[in-house]
Design a protein around this ligand. Structure first.
Ligand code: SAM
Length: 218
């Protein structure tokens, strides 16, 4: 688990690149600069870990592009101590960004191998979220409500269970759509009287968020 000066230098460049692309939340940029992304990748891609690209992580899934991670995290307006549900643990990189920013993270993954791998890796790097293996489409009712919910896979529709599990003044960031793997990033805010406000933030590519009944698909 080597983290060399070269890796640190490449991370600094990646954070600068994200800043140049418009990411302005200093805490997000600090987290990118600190977290050794190369340790979340399969050996074949380690050389490219600090490029602004998504990579395969096995089971047909991907570690999101750093810009997408930074964009979603910035939209989430993370504050220390907030209770955040992440749907789609994947490699655990996004989970680590949220933890680095001081959130309490509950993360759920439907692919057993990815769940097992992240559960082993993150504590070695000093990150301790609550890990769950299961269907994030339904959220985690036993641990709700959450201040914020972040979905890192593309959904066909906004799952109503996730909206129900948000606190008043909470927000949900979720890519929705799915035409040619392209999704519209949405930020949903829930206010008093359960009023819902949704704003769109441009198109991104994602792997699909699958409901339990579709799990045979991948
Ligand atoms: N946050 C991840 C990271 O930093 O590596 C990126 C994850 S990848 C783009 C999306 C993940 O969502 C995949 O690992 C996939 O298995 C998971 N996923 C898809 N549908 C899911 C569901 N219904 N419940 C939980 N996880 C799901």
């Amino acid at each position: 688990m080597e983290d060399s000066y070269r890796h640190k230098g490449l991370r600094k460049q990646l954070a600068q690149h994200l800043k140049d692309k418009g990411i302005s939340d200093k805490e997000v940029l600090k987290a990118v600069e600190k977290i050794p992304r190369h340790l979340f990748l399969n050996n074949a891609f380690v050389e490219f870990a600090y490029q602004d690209k998504a990579f395969q992580i096995g089971e047909g899934q991907t570690i999101s592009q750093p810009y997408t991670v930074a964009f979603q995290t910035e939209l989430l307006e993370v504050k220390k101590g907030e209770k955040i549900l992440e749907v789609g643990t994947g490699s655990g990189y996004q989970t680590s960004v949220l933890l680095e920013m001081g959130a309490k993270v509950f993360t759920i993954e439907r692919q057993k191998n990815l769940y097992d791998r992240a559960k082993l890796l993150l504590p070695k790097l000093g990150y301790s979220p609550r890990f769950f293996y299961g269907d994030g489409y339904k959220g985690l009712p036993a641990f709700a409500p959450f201040d914020k919910i972040l979905v890192t896979a593309g959904a066909e529709l906004i799952p109503s269970d996730l909206v129900d599990q948000l606190k008043i003044n909470g927000m949900l960031i979720i890519p929705v759509g799915g035409l040619n793997d392209t999704y519209l990033m949405k930020r949903l805010k829930k206010s008093k009287n359960n009023d819902i406000q949704i704003v769109n933030y441009g198109e991104f590519r994602f792997v699909p968020l699958l409901e339990e009944k579709e799990w045979g698909k991948s």
